[in-house]
Design a protein around this ligand. Structure first.
Ligand code: CAA
Length: 240
């Protein structure tokens, strides 16, 4: 069934692949973004997917942005909380600002994205929440105390929402991507990146489309019994 879907951070990287894949499934997709107007305009031009600008770290902005999406596209049945940032630094160099920025976007951003759509999903008796966590929330990562904390926290959110939403036809699941060929991973120093690839049994970075496949599966009407789970897509780099 065609539904309205929201993908935060949906104009670039993994989010863009998810937005396109959900559209290909027949859904009416809204992609939010935080700041890169140029990338958003190009994305809409190429895909026809509408974009909306707000900071997921702000509850008020999220609420207003989501209200606008619902006004224009209809009630949101599928939410993909994908927006995320890194501010990597070894712990002894990590600043409180680097900690807070990542918490605000990657963890509070999930609360801010799901909370405004939750009452409507409960009323309609249907919802699909997919949160994009990370392999580094599962295993931790050098220079990512902030990021790993948020991505582990995202798994706690999903497992709790799964229990609260189940009786109302809402599922909440997580996808934990490994290292995917996106700008975020390309920003890692080349030598470090090469070393990381050496640790991936598949011998390569993942493709954003490989994560999008996990999301369309979890977001489908047929996935109602899959709730509170985590799909790892990391080329065999880490097993939970
Ligand atoms: N394990 C152990 N030691 C490590 C290490 C690792 N993974 N990475 C770096 N080090 C060590 C270096 O060898 C060096 O040691 P020495 O001082 O003894 O030579 C030290 O840490 C680095 O010190 P620097 O002062 O040079 O560090 P820096 O302040 O310049 O920071 C860095 C560099 C931020 C750690 C950089 O190397 C980096 O970005 N690393 C990658 C971190 C990472 O994997 N991020 C994931 C991004 S992708 C993502 O997050 C998406 C996802 O979900 C998977």
């Amino acid at each position: 069934m065609a539904r309205t879907a929201l993908v935060t951070g949906g104009t670039r990287g993994i989010g863009a692949a998810i937005s396109k894949a959900l559209k290909a499934e027949g859904h009416n997709v809204a992609a939010s973004y935080a700041g890169n107007d140029e990338a958003a305009a190009k994305f809409t031009e190429e895909t026809g997917i509408k974009t909306y600008k707000w900071n997921v770290g702000s509850y008020e902005e999220s609420k207003a942005g989501i209200a606008k999406v619902e006004e224009e596209l209809g009630p949101i049945d599928i939410v993909v909380a994908n927006a995320g940032i890194t501010r990597d630094a070894p712990f002894h160099k990590m600043t409180p600002e680097q900690w807070q920025e990542v918490i605000d976007t990657n963890l509070t951003g999930v609360f801010n994205t799901v909370h405004p759509v939750w009452p409507g999903m409960r009323e309609r008796g249907f919802g699909r929440i997919v949160v994009i966590s990370s392999i580094n929330g599962q295993k931790g990562q050098f220079a990512q105390v902030n990021y790993a904390a948020t991505k582990a926290g995202d798994l706690g959110i999903v497992k709790s929402l799964a229990q609260e939403g189940a009786a109302k036809g809402i599922t909440a699941n997580a996808v934990c991507p490994g290292y995917i060929a996106t700008e975020m991973v390309m920003a890692v120093p080349e030598k470090v990146r090469e070393a990381i690839i050496g640790m991936i049994p598949t011998g390569r970075l993942g493709e954003p489309e490989e994560i999008a496949r996990c999301v369309t599966f979890l977001a489908s009407d047929d996935s109602g019994f899959i709730n509170g789970s985590t799909i790892s897509a990391n080329g065999g780099q880490f097993f939970v």
